[in-house]
Design a protein around this ligand. Structure first.
Ligand code: 3HC
Ligand code: NAI
Length: 685
């Protein structure tokens, strides 16, 4: 049963119960259709209230059905059927009314919602446009400007904004069912508003479309759906209802089968699957009611901020009082900047700051549930910290390190109860970046691992389990990205050309400007450590830049020059000379964008295949999530391995062999070659 119909006097209450999110499956569409038919025929019914069980109103079309042929009743027909019902329907919204859910609500004559509801058309996030009249009815209700913003960004609006813009007719405080029934009954005494399909659209001038197109195109960075969605809203303002509906449906069907939509669906499901790894099924995490962070520098402050955002009380431990003050001041800056950007109110910022105790006293950690260490990247300093933690913390408290490159097993070599120890690798800035690499050691208990995943859920992070190796998953692939970028310079490309090509691929920044932003010194430090281990890291030009103290924007120059107070990268003569000098022995060639992209991305796929084979990552999807949420890989390409699958492994192997023959990349891994031969996309022996 997905639908229950009850009579409440002259109002029929139609309750959808289709867990987990009341998505509009074919069965539910049919039930709603049948309900509209039977209620129209019932002389005792004057009005209908549509409400949902569970955590949310209808969250949209059933995304699982997108891979299959559409089955009737089609959603646009269902929305039209509800709109034409002889008894007026009122949508009673709690949780979220999203996509097809909002489209059904737009078919209803009225909409009411609880104060915490959110309402939106997020289809562009799945690479599609609304397909059941969202772009056509919404501008008729709220005007083209807000409609254009909602469909092109996919960002939902709050109930308060929806009310102020006329998207909903009332906010119901208290019991939603009762409030909605009272509203529907009271509406029977008044003249009914016209159905949206019979209303006109307020006009906007032509300049609006021009400027909005430019804004949307620059935000979309290669994604097709946002501009197509804007085109649909424009059509709705310029054509009659039926023509605009046909245009929207055609656009929806075209995009639904597109590679971008498939990629975005892949990411949607991968993100949700990541929160519940099958290998942890049935393992209970420890409860997390308090947290501590050791070290209040760049990472520690960001981690403390994200813990506070999740409502946890935080103890911040530093090495001396001035450092405590600096740590608290770092946190204050994070909260103040969130206030400036309108993300939180000054009251929330004050409340978050007041929930942090800064101290040098480890004994305050005796009752804490989770402790995350973010001190200097130095094994001796970290060991000393864990020695102290091991002595004061409860034996069942989870102790975590945020190390980027050190071996967590060495850090934890001497701690008591090593089964409670784990790596939790946040990305900078930790209060913004979604990725959390979770790195168990051989001794980590399943409950500790499960607690890492539970913490990620609390912090709204995307957790990915990573095995121990130099750089875990993300930074190990990053090393290859950077080495390839330097190989390109030696072979005739310029830093600008490489950055531009990678931006055209969809990355927010090229590899060189990204290094200038983050600082070249961190990687130089890692290379020094690698050399001490007997390795020979490849970064001939970066080494030369670091020797000149060209560490990036913070030192006024790195791969590029920067004018004071200006972050625009400018070509550097010094760097050009260094490249020319280093490249003397290397054959030079011309590079187009596609060639540059292949020379960077395909070796990343090669490294990822090794990572999977070594079980440093357990699933190809995990690599996709690491690249998207840690490094800005374009979401609409589905992540590194989804891109590789679409590109074809045989083609990738052939291209890698060509690059290797020119000395421009490592040869393809055995595993990649075997995948190419078998035609199977399976990256384990
Ligand atoms: N279809 C099918 N399954 C869906 C779904 C959907 N539209 N939305 C969520 N789910 C599933 C998830 O995959 C997850 O399944 P799992 O438990 O097996 O992993 C489960 O529902 C719960 O989802 P979340 O973990 O995301 O639950 P939250 O409570 O954190 O969030 C939500 C709830 C805000 C509704 C969130 O799920 C969400 O944003 N969903 C997507 C909404 C969306 O994109 N709607 C538009 C769909 S396209 C459309 O409607 C086209 C139309 O115009 C024709
Ligand atoms: P940072 O230098 O900004 O901060 C380190 C802080 O630790 C300083 O405030 C210092 O006073 C404090 N500290 C040092 N010894 C201490 C001790 N014994 N007790 C208490 N506090 C102590 O360094 P950052 O960048 O925050 O890095 C911290 C850790 O996070 C490192 O392990 C680093 O590898 C890792 N990391 C860094 C990332 C980055 O982008 N900066 C990204 C992910 C991880």
């Amino acid at each position: 049963m997905t639908l229950i119909i009850e009579r409440k006097g002259d109002v029929a209450l139609v309750t959808i119960d289709n867990p987990p999110v009341n998505a509009l499956s074919q069965a539910l569409r049919q039930d709603l259709w049948d309900a509209a038919e039977s209620l129209d025929a019932d002389p005792l019914v004057g009005a209908v209230v549509l409400i949902c069980e569970g955590r949310t109103f209808i969250a949209g079309a059933d995304v699982i059905e997108f891979g299959k042929p559409p089955m009737p009743p089609h959603l646009p027909d269902l929305v039209a059927r509800i709109e034409m019902a002889t008894k007026p329907w009122t949508a009673a919204i709690h949780g979220s009314a999203l996509g097809g859910g909002l489209e059904v609500a737009l078919g209803c004559r009225f909409r009411v919602a609880v104060p915490k509801a959110s309402i939106g058309l997020p289809e562009v996030r799945l690479g599609i446009v609304p397909g059941a009249g969202g772009t056509v009815r919404l501008p008729r209700l709220v005007g083209p400007v807000l409609a254009a913003e909602m469909v092109t960004t996919g960002t939902p609006v709050t109930a308060q904004k929806a009310r102020s813009q006329g998207l909903i007719d009332a906010i119901i405080e208290g019991d939603l069912e009762k409030g909605a029934i009272d509203f529907a009954r009271a509406a029977l005494d008044q003249s009914l508003p016209l159905p949206l399909s019979q209303r006109g659209v307020p006009p906007v001038d032509a300049a609006f479309w021009e400027t909005t197109s430019k804004t949307v195109a620059s935000r979309a960075k290669g994604e097709d759906a946002p501009l197509r969605a804007l085109g649909c809203v424009r059509k709705a303002t310029e054509a009659d209802f039926e023509t605009a509906m046909a245009f929207e449906r055609q656009t929806f069907l075209e995009l639904r089968g597109s590679p971008q939509a498939a990629a975005l669906r892949h990411v949607f499901f991968a993100e949700r699957a990541a929160l519940r790894p099958p290998e942890l099924a049935g393992v209970e995490p420890r409860s997390i009611r308090s947290a501590a962070v050791i070290g209040g520098g760049t990472m520690g402050a960001g981690i403390a901020a994200t813990l506070r955002e999740a409502g946890l009380p935080v103890t911040l431990v530093e090495r001396d009082e001035p450092a405590v003050d600096r740590g608290l001041s770092n946190l204050r800056s994070i909260f103040e900047s969130a206030v400036k950007r309108g993300k939180i109110s000054p009251e929330t910022a004050a409340e978050r700051l007041s929930g942090i105790v800064g101290t040098t006293d480890y004994s305050l950690l005796a009752r804490i549930d989770v402790v995350i260490e973010a001190v200097f990247e130095d094994v001796d300093v970290k060991r000393e910290v864990f020695g102290k933690l091991s002595a004061v913390c409860r034996p069942d408290a989870v102790l975590a390190t945020n190390t980027s490159y050190l071996d967590p097993q060495q850090i934890a070599a001497h701690i008591k109860c090593p089964e409670r120890f784990i790596g939790l690798h946040f990305f900078s800035p930790a209060h913004v970046m979604k990725l959390l690499e979770i790195v168990p050691t051989a001794k980590t208990a399943p409950a500790t691992l499960a607690t890492g995943f539970a913490l990620a859920r609390m912090l709204s992070k995307i957790p990915v389990r990573a095995g121990i190796c130099d750089g875990f998953i993300g930074n190990r692939i990053l090393k290859v990205t950077r080495a390839q970028a330097e190989r390109l310079l030696l072979a005739g490309a310029t830093p600008q050309a490489v950055d531009q090509a990678m931006r055209s691929f969809g990355l927010p920044m090229g590899p060189f400007e990204a290094q200038d932003l983050g600082g070249l010194d961190i990687a130089a430090f890692q290379r020094k450590a690698a050399r001490a281990r007997g390795e020979t890291p490849f970064a001939p030009i970066a080494e030369r830049l670091c020797a000149l103290e060209r560490f990036g924007q913070k030192s006024g120059g790195g791969w590029f020059d920067y004018a004071k107070g200006d972050r625009t990268p400018k070509q550097s003569e010094v760097v050009a000379d260094i490249i020319a000098g280093e490249a003397r022995e290397t054959p030079q060639r011309a590079w187009d964008q596609a060639g540059i992209i292949d020379c960077v991305v395909l070796p990343m796929v090669n490294e990822a295949s090794k990572i999977l084979n070594e079980k440093v990552a357990l699933r190809a999807e995990d690599i996709d999530l690491v690249e998207i949420h840690g490094y800005g890989f374009p979401r609409w390409r589905g992540g590194l391995m989804h891109y590789a699958e679409g590109r074809g492994i045989a083609d990738i192997v052939a291209s890698l062999e060509e690059l290797a023959a020119e000395g421009l990349a490592e040869p393809p891994s055995d595993l990649l070659c075997r995948c190419a031969k078998s035609g199977q996309f399976v990256f384990t022996d």
